[in-house]
Design a protein around this ligand. Sequence first.
Ligand code: PLP
Length: 420
Amino acid sequence: MRDKTKAIHEGYIKDTNATMAVPIYQTTAYEFRDTEHAANLFALKELGNIYTRLTNPTTDVLEKRFASLENGVAAIATSSGMNALFSTIANLAEAGDNIICSTKLYGGTLTLAAHTIKRFGIESKYFDPQKPEDLEKLIDEKTKLILFESISNPSITVADIEPIIKIANRHLVLTAVDNTVATPIHCKPLDLGCDLSIHSTSKYTTGQGLAIGGIVVEAESVKEKIKDNDRYAHFNTPDASYHGLVYTDVGLPPFSLRMRLALLRDLGGVPSPFNSWLFIQGLEHLPLRMEQHSKSALEIAKFLESHPKVKKVNYPFLESNENYPYAKKYLKGGASGLLSFEVDSFDEARKIVDSIEIFSLVVNIGDSKSIITHPASTTHQQLSSDEMEAAGVKEGLIRLSIGLEDTQDLIDALKKALEA
Ligand code: PLP
């Protein structure tokens, strides 16, 4: 099946009520037939529902549908994108280990890497996602994960995925890609050899800014890479917290199995069934929306590039953009609705943001409603000008998340604000 069909049908098997819409199983727990049934479920002799912190039939549809769109073998939905990222790290690394992160990451992921996991004894090292040769010397026997974004937020950098994967595979280290911005419609990291694909479903998956959530999708490759690999000894040795279970012996995707049985069990970062249902509604039209977001963003990027007041436009499918060769190689059919452009000064940027019509001043992306942000006065306000330079944020930089309004109306609004 192709994406547009998968997005609508995958993962849902109608029960006797035959509801066309996926039902919302709004429940905390599930009744066992008898004690033997209960014991079998706990011992994994039989698979089934026990408690919504572990599994839920509505969330199950979301997980299966997402896994299918990413061409993965399993997925675990989480309470937020940040929880998906933290749980991925926590599933692989422990005190004394390290992970290697791209320098071009979402701000929350950067603080997670630099500060929060440090308090758990996990160190972070950094590499440039377009200079993957630097990676080789950073990997040691304690490295558990290489983490990067396919299209980064907010810098809109497209990672050079192929050489990153080659180096990671040489050392049998798992790779995780935050694919939130590109979505599985425009980028399929698992097909390119990545092991895990992570999303904040709060963005393009809901598509209308309706709920916070996340998901981690596991590739077929993970099983082989983890099995008998000393780097991931905790997947190959008995887990005392689960009656001595060895995750690689069960015959189920091991990363997802451990994330569900150990991390969802102990940390509880699951979505509500209602939010899972909202994400399912969003997925149904994700392919159509991504087509429109990307088409509109490219047209707007071209308009901005031709405007005398604009110094630079960053959109990966502009031929003039430094990301263009990577976009052509790794992205299919578009590069999302995210773009940024630079005007002369801090004051000029603020004037545009304050006067523009239609666009809302919001720190979010992936909404049907167009969004404008001025990083220098908001998300990057606390940085010195040197730090801002290093983060690639100029004082006159404006970021746009192009929504689903009429493209010409958005161009008219930008023109009016630029010329006010
Ligand atoms: N990853 C990316 C690329 C993001 O843009 C965000 C949020 O903006 C996150 C992860 C975090 O997701 P959430 O807000 O759902 O926790």
